[in-house]
Design a protein. Sequence first.
Length: 136
Amino acid sequence: MPEARTTQRVYQFGGLTGELRIESAEALRALGHPVRATILRELATPQSVKEIADALSLPVARLYHHIKLLLTHGFIVVVDQRKAGSNTESVYQVAAGRIEVSAELTGPWRDEAGEVGDMVESAGRRFADAFREDER
C-alpha cells in the first residue's frame, strides 16, 4: 500500500481564532462547490444571507441551500438574529479562523475506493481552487 501523504491544506479567515478540522468525506464534498468557498470567505465577518447575496451579486434564494449545507457540517454558525421588517434574519460567520483539510482524509479514500476516492479528492481540489480564486 502506498505511504499516506501527510501534508495538509489550511485556509485562514481573517484574524479569526479557532480551528476546524475536516474529518469526513461528506464534509469535504460539501466544500466542493465554488459558491460555498466564496460564502466562507465572505463570512470572515458576520453577515446575513441578504448581505452575502448583495456582496456576491447572487439571488438570495440561490444561497439558502449552500448556507444550510455549511451549517450542517459546522463550517458556519449563527452569531446573531435581528429584525428585518416583520421578519427575523440570522447573521452567520465562519465557525473558526482556520479550516484544515488533511491529506490523511483524501489519501486512504483515493488508494482504496477508486471512483469514490477520485470524487473526494476532486471536491477538495475544487474548494482549494475556488478559495485561491477569491484571494486574487
